[in-house]
Design a protein around this ligand. Structure first.
Ligand code: NI
Length: 389
């Protein structure tokens, strides 16, 4: 199973869809135009069922195989949303909406899954059912979580799920993946340190929340360096600091800090949260101040099931050759396909995008040469997991 020849024929059409999405980027759950086009195309392919409005603006397209003796249902997922970035690519199909841009290649993911859907609806060369999951709001809105919460897995009996992301720096035609955790859980926090303000020249009459906050920031570094097992991964970054003091000669009353925690294992995540609370309240109390932690759990870690990772590798290797499938490095970035992988076993794979600018950069663009590889992988996952005969 090399690249499917049909995708060479479909390439101009798939590329045209991609460029249309690129020109018309939409953010988070507001992917109304994109979702409508996805649904319309899936109906035109003859998909057996197309349902809009799943997880607010997600689209589900169901394709039945030639036979269904396996009773299996394979979910294939693509994300549809863009980013609030001012595009600087100079492309003739660049964003028509200033301040919005497909800077993460979700236009490419959606187009490739549409291509796979068209091919699978034409050929039906599998024994079971394919459920295409087009999700909104990957970039921070938790569209994957919304689709799962909307019952997408149970409603269509999805047994396993597969997703893909393009990867700048990896040559086009190559893949990268790893079993187990691949991308991190991403949590946010807010710390409020309340002391007693006063004249900056009379610090002894105040409880200075600035100095206390500085010690808290340093104390939090011990979570990675002294609390969590050094062979496990954790990042605690304090990224903003605000006070209620407008002046160089006023010690503030309150300091508010914000930041993010990244982990791979639930136990490490729990420990980071628990120890942050202790460090913050303990350091603050030792100076007579109060320190509060408000911890908000975001996307969980993206964890590839061992067996399904093997299936994903086999399909990628069949398309591009075994030498073209690398072991991916752990990524501290997060991905909300993690919610689907919490609900069902499956795998998430990186697809080479060549030497482009990085994702979320104003000069980034998805490489259309990657389309036949990505579309073949989606279709190949369905065919190989539900072989006919
Ligand atoms: Ni992305």
């Amino acid at each position: 199973m090399p690249v499917k020849n049909r995708f060479a024929e479909l390439l101009p059409e798939i590329t045209a869809w991609r460029h249309d999405f690129h020109e018309n980027p939409e953010l988070l759950f507001e992917v109304h135009r994109t979702a409508a086009k996805v649904a319309e195309l899936c109906r035109s392919f003859g998909c057996d069922e197309v349902v809009e409005g799943i997880g607010r603006t997600g689209v589900v397209a169901v394709i039945k195989g030639r036979t269904d003796t396996s009773g299996k249902v394979v979910g294939l997922r693509a994300d549809m949303d863009a980013l609030p970035i001012m595009e600087q690519t100079g492309l003739d199909y660049a964003s028509k909406t200033p301040g919005k841009m497909h800077a993460c290649g979700h236009d490419g993911h959606t187009a490739m899954l549409l291509g796979a859907a068209k091919y699978l609806a034409e050929t039906r060369n599998f024994d079971g059912t394919v459920v295409c999951l087009f999700q909104p709001a990957e970039e921070g809105g938790g569209g994957g979580r919304e689709m799962v919460a909307d019952g997408v897995m149970d409603r269509w009996n999805v047994g396993e799920v597969y997703g893909m992301h393009n990867w700048p720096g990896l040559p086009v035609g190559q893949f990268a993946i790893r079993p187990g955790p691949l991308m991190a859980a991403a949590d946010q926090f807010e710390i409020v340190v309340t002391g007693r303000g006063g004249h900056a020249a009379k610090p002894h009459e105040t409880i200075d929340p600035m100095v206390i906050s500085a010690q808290i920031i340093l104390g939090l570094q011990s979570i990675a360096s002294r609390i969590v097992d050094p062979v496990k991964q954790v990042v605690v970054s304090v990224t903003t600091m605000q006070t209620d003091s407008p002046a160089h000669n006023v010690i503030p009353q309150v300091v508010v800090m914000k930041g993010t925690v990244r982990t791979f294992e639930p136990a490490v995540r729990d420990e980071a949260e628990r120890r942050m609370g202790q460090i913050i309240s303990g350091i603050a109390a030792s100076f007579g101040a109060t320190g509060e932690l408000h911890y908000h759990r975001g996307y969980p870690a993206t964890v590839n099931a061992e067996e399904n990772t093997g299936y994903a590798i086999d399909v990628a290797a069949a398309i591009s050759g075994p030498g073209a499938v690398q072991e991916a490095a752990l990524q501290m970035g997060a991905e909300d396909f993690s919610f689907m992988l919490e609900a069902r076993p499956g795998a998430y794979i990186f697809l080479g995008n060549g030497n482009t600018a990085g994702v979320h950069h104003p000069a980034y663009n998805f490489d259309d040469n990657a389309i036949p590889f990505g579309a073949s992988w989606y279709a190949g996952m369905a065919e190989s997991r539900m072989p006919v005969g």
